[in-house]
Design a protein around this ligand. Structure first.
Ligand SMILES: NC(=O)c1ccc[n+]([C@@H]2O[C@H](COP(=O)([O-])OP(=O)(O)OC[C@H]3O[C@@H](n4cnc5c(N)ncnc54)[C@H](OP(=O)(O)O)[C@@H]3O)[C@@H](O)[C@H]2O)c1
Length: 288
């Protein structure tokens, strides 16, 4: 462990991307506060890296857990250099099929959880005048898919916040990267999938196949989470990290297709769009 070893704070370290990233970061020589709802799942890793790693209990939907875990990280290592908002799960079903309670549960973890952790870590990063926030979105945070609309909505929300945050904190030396994986071989399509209790027959043709497809893909997804972890480390080590990082050829192709279709539609309807201003009003791009 060198003096310039970074301190990572990772949510959802028990399985999948979070687990792969925790292991890769430790092999890389950095320090990790690996958080999980059941930190005992990280025992073997903690025994392997007793100095560089600390396991902390954290359910991202529990505000007290969030504050306690951040305090534990600062107590252990004195700083946080990289925050990875990774904890999440997928809710499947047509928009009308997913219950209101299930929609809110999905947002509580994937969006409000990540938002709470981010806002609670920001004072530390601002004080340091440095840091990098990696928000694990999805290709579904850029393009939405039938039967995954609620999941995608949480990731769109995360991307909206991340884009604004990047602009707000860049002058303070803090970087933000949105990670958009395609299909990776993690536990996400297994028992963690949230499925509606009641299905509506009318959606059987349009969205019914997706659930079967997701379940059939379990364990066969093309993406390797260990390679994704290496890509994320590369981004954190980069002098010019991207705002968005797509992971997997499936993500690259899907995002490129969406960009093309948005461009074509924008151009086709451009005059109708432009003609809505008051006569003589000056209009330019919003934000910057
Ligand atoms: N795999 C993919 O194809 C894919 C594609 C795009 C995006 N993603 C995103 O990648 C992230 C990680 O998912 P994964 O694919 O690695 O799936 P995973 O293997 O199921 O891992 C999900 C992790 O999130 C944790 N988690 C769930 N709810 C939590 C909560 N309330 N508080 C704290 N931790 C919680 C789980 O902990 P427990 O062990 O306690 O359940 C687990 O560690 C998610 O945000 C997901 O949306 C995955």
């Amino acid at each position: 462990m060198s003096d310039n070893a970074k301190v990572w704070f990772i949510t959802g370290s028990s399985t999948g991307f979070g687990r792969s990233l925790t292991e890769a970061v430790l092999k890389h020589g950095d320090r990790v506060v690996a958080t999980a709802r059941k930190p005992e799942q990280l025992d073997s890793l903690m025994q392997q890296y007793p100095v560089a790693a600390k396991a902390v209990r954290l359910d991202v939907t529990n505000p007290q857990d969030v504050r306690d875990a951040i305090k534990a990280a600062i107590d252990a290592f004195g700083r946080i250099d990289v925050l990875v908002n990774n904890a999440g799960f997928a809710s499947v079903g047509a928009i009308e099929e997913v219950s209101d309670a299930a929609v809110r549960r999905q947002f509580e973890t994937n969006f409000f959880g990540a938002l709470d952790v981010t806002r609670a870590v920001l004072p530390t990063l601002r004080q340091q005048r440095s840091g990098h926030i990696l928000n694990i979105s999805s290709v579904g945070g850029f393009a939405s898919f039938g039967a995954l609309g609620i999941y995608c909505a949480t990731k769109f929300a995360l991307e909206g916040v991340s884009e604004a945050l990047a602009k707000e904190v860049s002058p303070l030396g803090i970087k933000v990267t949105i990670v958009e994986p395609g299909a990776f071989r993690t536990a996400i399509n297994g028992q963690a999938l949230a499925i509606p209790d009641t299905r509506i027959d009318d959606y059987a043709d349009s969205t019914g196949g997706i659930l079967q497809w997701l379940e059939s893909m379990d364990g066969k997804q093309p993406g390797d989470p260990d390679k994704a972890a290496e890509a994320m480390i590369q981004v954190v080590e980069s002098d010019k990290p991207p705002l968005r990082l797509a992971l997997g050829a499936d993500a690259v192709e899907t995002i490129a297709a969406k960009l093309e279709s948005v461009r074509a539609e924008l151009d086709a309807w451009k005059q109708v769009s432009i003609d809505t201003a008051f006569e003589g009003a000056a209009v330019g791009a919003i934000g910057g």
